[in-house]
Design a protein. Structure first.
Length: 140
């Protein structure tokens, strides 16, 4: 289940997000959709980086019946990146959700040996999504 708090007015279809969760056998998550200003404030507060980013993940402690954590997605960046990469905003949103969810599940592309990239590519291929967030970031 996805408990969504949409503060941006960005409209997304949760069908693909639920398919991603099923593909990863993930439990409940909280999802916050915000704008550049809110994301910048969160990134500054929690990561000490004073700029907006596209997605952040905040895992919760493992407790029975508790969600995995919170995923925060920047709708302004969703729209920008969708244009840059030539696909729809809902596809971009799904890629960011997938990326955030993998972090909640314990994957970390900054420290692993490619496990997160491989898992992301596996889900992308299965669900016919556009190019991986990790792959295109490395290719920039």
């Amino acid at each position: 289940m996805i408990d969504m708090d949409n503060q941006s007015g960005f409209e997304t279809d949760t069908t693909m997000l639920e398919r991603i969760m099923k593909q990863l056998d993930a439990q409940n998550v909280e999802l916050l959709i915000c704008d550049n200003d809110t994301m910048r404030a969160l990134n500054r507060q929690y990561r000490h980086i004073d700029k907006a980013t596209d997605v952040l993940s905040f895992p919760f402690e493992a407790m029975p019946m508790a969600p995995l954590g919170s995923i925060v997605i920047n709708s302004d960046r969703v729209k920008e990146e969708a244009k840059v990469y030539g696909h729809g905003a809902n596809d971009e949103f799904a890629l960011l959700f997938l990326h955030g969810l993998l972090h909640l599940l314990g994957y970390d592309h900054e420290t692993d040996s490619g496990e997160m990239r491989r898992k992301e590519e596996e889900v992308i291929k299965a669900l016919k999504l556009p190019q991986s967030l990790i792959v295109r970031t490395v290719e920039r």
